[in-house]
Design a protein around this ligand. Structure first.
Ligand SMILES: *Cc1c(COP(=O)(O)O)cnc(C)c1O
Length: 386
């Protein structure tokens, strides 16, 4: 059987061949297999050198200082470290707890740690975005309280692709001495990120969303006296005590190389992917009952979320066998409950269930998009006859 066309780059990307080559050089006896924390021999020194090169590459992608990068196992762990780490150190000075603000359409890797903190006695406000999927400065300002100490808002939503104005949201928090965390898993490597210009305190990254390996990510932690993180994983005191565990040289080298490539390809990739996405949208926009979910103006290049009128979502996904796509969020695909993101921007259960996310990436070809368009047209017309 021929494999379906892969249009699920927002769920994960394949590892770039250049990245895979460098990773493979960090595994066997002939390669850089050593423990980067081994101080007593050349094997360890060489591994450490590679890890620090990768740290500098990741730092460069977001204009951070390499000392501000803490390695993690992915964006899920980076979000957990940021949210729980800040909350725990805040509580040490404020035993009565405090207030946290997030958006209602954050990834579960933010919503679930925040729900856990709520269970521990913190209070939480979940901001409802506009129908376009955007968190406004007014909504944020209205939610802030005297005891608000942390705000977490994603830069690009993983289902809709819509882009928040992080710089102005962070400015609102900076003016009130409230820490700002940003989940940048869907934006890093796709839009230019400058943590200094954005003025965020913490920012989460995931390598597998930009052609690096799965199982590795990083948390940017601003070097500032007010940004104090309590470690969530205790062990050998790695990463200046913030995240213990033997550093996985091959994973980190992979993330560093992927960051370097993403930066080099950033503008060209975005232009090409944007053109493919716009072409796909224009070709299906005129099909009966079709509407686009989320902002079409403030939208990252690779993502297109579409509601197929009153189609049966399950039937639709089953009929589109030639395409590897997601209904709602990939993380929700196991259950058939409608996407909480689509519901938060005002879609009915039926419209949310009849929505599909197409996500396009570096290796998507024009032929694949043409094929997808033909397939969509024929499936939709068959479903309408049935
Ligand atoms: C993929 C993703 C995550 C989770 O990242 P992992 O590295 O897979 O843990 C978190 N937030 C967003 C917005 C994502 O897209």
């Amino acid at each position: 059987m021929r494999k379906p066309v892969y249009l699920d780059y927002a769920a994960t990307t394949p590892v770039a061949p250049e990245v895979a080559t460098r990773m493979a050089q960090c595994l066997t006896l002939e390669g850089n297999f050593a423990n980067p924390a081994s101080r007593s021999h050349v094997y360890g020194w060489q591994a450490e050198e590679l890890v620090e090169e990768a740290r500098a590459q990741v730092a460069q992608l977001i204009n951070a200082d390499p000392r501000e990068i803490v390695w993690t196992s992915g964006a899920t762990e980076a979000n957990n470290l940021a949210l729980k780490g800040i909350a725990e150190s805040y509580r040490a000075a404020h035993p009565q707890g405090g207030h946290i603000v997030v958006s209602a359409i954050e990834h579960k890797a933010v919503l679930d740690p925040v729900a856990w903190l709520e269970h521990q006695g913190f209070s939480v406000t979940r901001l409802v975005p506009t129908p376009e999927g955007i968190v406004t400065g007014d909504a944020l300002t209205a939610a802030l309280r005297a005891d608000t100490f942390l705000v977490s808002i994603m830069q690009v939503n993983n289902e809709l692709g819509c882009i928040n104005d992080i710089q102005s949201l962070a400015a609102i928090c900076n003016a009130r001495d409230i820490l700002f965390h940003c989940d940048a898993a869907q934006s890093a490597g796709k839009i230019a990120i400058d943590v200094r210009a954005l003025n965020v305190d913490l920012l989460s990254l995931s390598a597998h969303k930009f052609y690096g390996p799965k199982g590795v990510g990083a948390l940017y932690v601003k070097r500032a006296a007010n940004v104090k993180l309590s470690a969530q994983i205790h062990g050998g005191g790695h990463e200046r005590g913030m995240r213990s565990g033997t550093l996985a040289t091959h994973q980190l080298v992979g993330m560093g190389e992927a960051a370097k490539l993403a930066q080099a390809h950033l503008v060209a990739d975005a232009e090409r992917i944007n053109a493919l996405r716009d072409h796909l949208w224009q070709a299906i926009a005129s099909l009966p009952g079709v509407t686009r979910n989320g902002s079409s103006s403030a939208c990252v290049s690779g993502i297109l979320n579409v509601a197929f009128g009153n189609a049966d979502g399950e039937m639709l996904l089953l009929s589109l066998r030639e395409l590897a796509i997601s209904s709602g969020s990939a993380c929700n695909s196991a259950s058939m409950s409608p996407s909480y993101v689509l519901k938060a921007i005002g879609l009915s259960d039926a419209a949310a269930q009849a929505s599909l996310r197409f996500s396009i990436g570096r290796y998507t070809t024009a032929e694949e998009i043409e094929f997808a368009i033909e397939h969509l047209r024929s499936v939709i017309s068959k479903l309408q006859k049935a």
